[in-house]
Design a binder for this molecule. Structure first.
Ligand code: DGJ
Length: 552
């Protein structure tokens, strides 16, 4: 029988509180988050910042020589921010002896390339497994125990229910943040931190180790119950529904409060193993929240977590990482990990717009750390900044697919020139966006200011899904709009006066130079179809400024 130093349920509560209390107030002179109306902005050097980013592949930063020729390519591809991994195994090869050369190389080379960075802490977990802990952790499973499945078999995943695991990770992460304060506290090359990578356990719905079984059969911690009670009316619908179905109990075991799970692997929306997933979410949140708080105590810049999102094909928790910050359990994470500022979707697959909407529930700001970098990704980049006041868009594997004249680089170029205008309009209801990325959808209407705006695909076909038409709308006056778009005709109607006819007064195309409008052609005739629509060609992104008038 292994003699493991496992946490009791009370032990868990005690360290979690210590972690939460360890948070310090953000220092306004270093990168921090700030509310602007309904938006949350990332403030860098005193100004709001849009991260036009890309994430490097996992192993890229482990060799400076490998990375050297990549930096200029990223700058040429119009990125202003690079998401780059820092791994526990390379940073602490021997216990307590830190090697920051990977971090220092990233910082030096990023500065030389005029890039900012977001560092990804590959610590205890990466994609639902533990592969980045140093060998002195990996090979000592007595001191650093693993999750067990229902049959008692160990999985290659560190358990959340071990003080040793959590403390070792927190010590290393705190050392990293201390180092960043020392070498970057005055430079602000590092803007944010991702804590761990796609947490949650694979191949089992929950941890069945003895400590986990004891916690699962014990009471739901009071901190979680208090949080749910205080937020009852604002809880995310799926969590609210299971709590309600089970009678809104305010104490009891996990199965008493959230119900005994039913298995339904054929219906991804059924709550098969949902109680197990809630339990795992709480335990991951406590652990990661503690690690993040230890880091913030050293250097308090914003911290987020990314998520391997559940897709229809993924089935039950365990087929995707169980306990990661899915929107359905985001309330549990908010309760358990107050040091985490943002929960993010890794949107590689379908339903991009739905996932973004689900991740903006409960006031969560939108930061997309992984996505596609193709033409569809480019459209989504424009869309998140307009529709959801996004902070960051970042395709994954940018070292392999960056280029100087790609749809993504063109969108990044366009957004960077418009950034002051976009940032000014975030959070006050004067900006939105549409993207026609669903099969069969050829138009979408939105209300903005005094008008309803209909965006119709120029192809009028079944709706392209590989290079979707997209538009970002900014209302700059009562009858005044700036629109950046591709592949659409745009029609205006009066929002509240149905008898008013709306016509185009002036339409100008142009460009922005650091937020200043530089007009180009005056558009009319064939360039404004049916004398009432704005036309944005499918071959490239462009910006137009329109004023409207009404006739009766
Ligand atoms: C998601 C992970 O977060 C990334 O690190 C990477 O492994 C990608 N998947 C690969 O597509």
């Amino acid at each position: 029988m292994k003699t493991l130093k496992l946490l009791s349920v009370c032990g868990l509560c005690a360290f979690a509180l210590a972690g939460a209390n360890a948070q310090t107030k953000p220092d306004p002179s270093i990168p921090h988050l700030q509310k602007k109306g309904s938006a949350t902005q990332l403030i860098v050097d005193g100004k709001p910042y849009l991260a036009l980013a890309g994430e490097l592949r996992n192993s890229t930063t482990s060799s400076e020589a490998y990375m050297k020729p990549i930096w200029p390519r990223l700058t040429a591809a119009r990125l202003n921010t690079v998401l780059a991994a820092v791994t526990w195994e390379l940073m602490e090869p021997q216990e307590g002896r830190f090697d920051f050369s990977v971090v220092d190389n990233i910082l030096n080379d990023a500065r030389a390339s005029r890039q900012r960075v977001v560092l990804l802490w590959f610590g205890s977990w990466k994609n639902g497994k533990s592969t980045y802990q140093p060998l002195w952790v990996k090979t000592n499973q007595v001191r650093f125990p693993l999750i067990q499945n229902e049959q008692g078999k160990s999985l290659p995943t560190l358990t959340t229910l071990s003080e040793n695991n959590r403390n070792a990770d927190a010590r290393a992460y705190a050392a990293l943040m201390r180092h960043l304060r020392e070498v970057d506290g005055g430079r602000h090359t590092v803007l944010m931190m991702q804590v761990e990578n796609e947490t949650g356990v694979l191949d089992t719905p929950r941890d069945y180790s003895p400590a986990a079984n004891q916690a699962f059969n014990g009471p739901v911690p009071k901190e979680l119950m208090d949080f749910l009670q205080a937020r009852q009316s604002q809880l995310i619908p799926q969590l609210y529904a299971v709590w309600k179905t089970n009678g809104f109990k305010i104490s009891g075991t996990w199965e008493q409060v959230f119900g005994k799970s039913t298995v339904n692997v054929n219906d991804w929306q059924a709550y098969s193993y949902f109680t197990e997933e809630i339990f795992m979410a709480w335990n991951y949140a406590r652990y990661v929240g503690y690690v993040a708080a230890a880091g913030k105590k050293e250097y308090n810049i914003p911290m987020y977590m990314n998520t391997w999102i559940k897709q229809p094909i993924s089935g039950a928790p365990g087929q995707y990482p169980s306990g990661g910050p899915q929107p359905t359990v985001m309330d549990v994470w908010h309760a358990g990990a107050p040091a985490i500022d943002i929960y993010s979707p890794d949107c590689h697959l379908t339903n991009f717009t739905d996932w973004c909407a689900w991740y903006t529930q409960a006031g969560n700001p939108l930061f997309v750390p992984e996505s596609a970098g193709d033409a569809t990704g480019a459209a989504h980049a424009l869309w998140i900044f307009g529709r959801h006041d996004g902070i960051c868009f970042s395709p994954f594997g940018i070292d392999g697919n960056s280029g100087t004249n790609t749809p993504l680089s063109r969108v990044y170029q366009l957004v960077s020139t418009m950034a002051p205008l976009i940032l000014e309009h975030q959070g006050d209801g004067s900006m939105t966006a549409v993207v026609l990325d669903k099969a069969g959808v050829t138009s979408e209407s939105v209300r903005l200011g005094n008008y309803n705006i209909e965006a119709r695909s120029m192809t009028r076909s079944a709706g392209p899904v590989t290079n979707p038409p997209v538009a970002l709308f900014i209302c700059t006056g009562p009858d005044d709009y700036v629109i950046a778009a591709r592949g659409l005709n745009i029609y205006f109607t009066a929002a509240t006066e149905p008898l008013d006819n709306v016509a185009l007064a002036t339409v100008e195309e142009g460009v922005y130079d650091n937020g200043k409008w530089i007009p180009g052609r005056r558009l009319n005739g064939d360039e404004t179809p049916e004398w009432k629509a704005m036309r944005f060609n499918a071959d490239n992104y462009s910006i137009q400024h329109v004023t409207l008038f009404r006739y009766h």
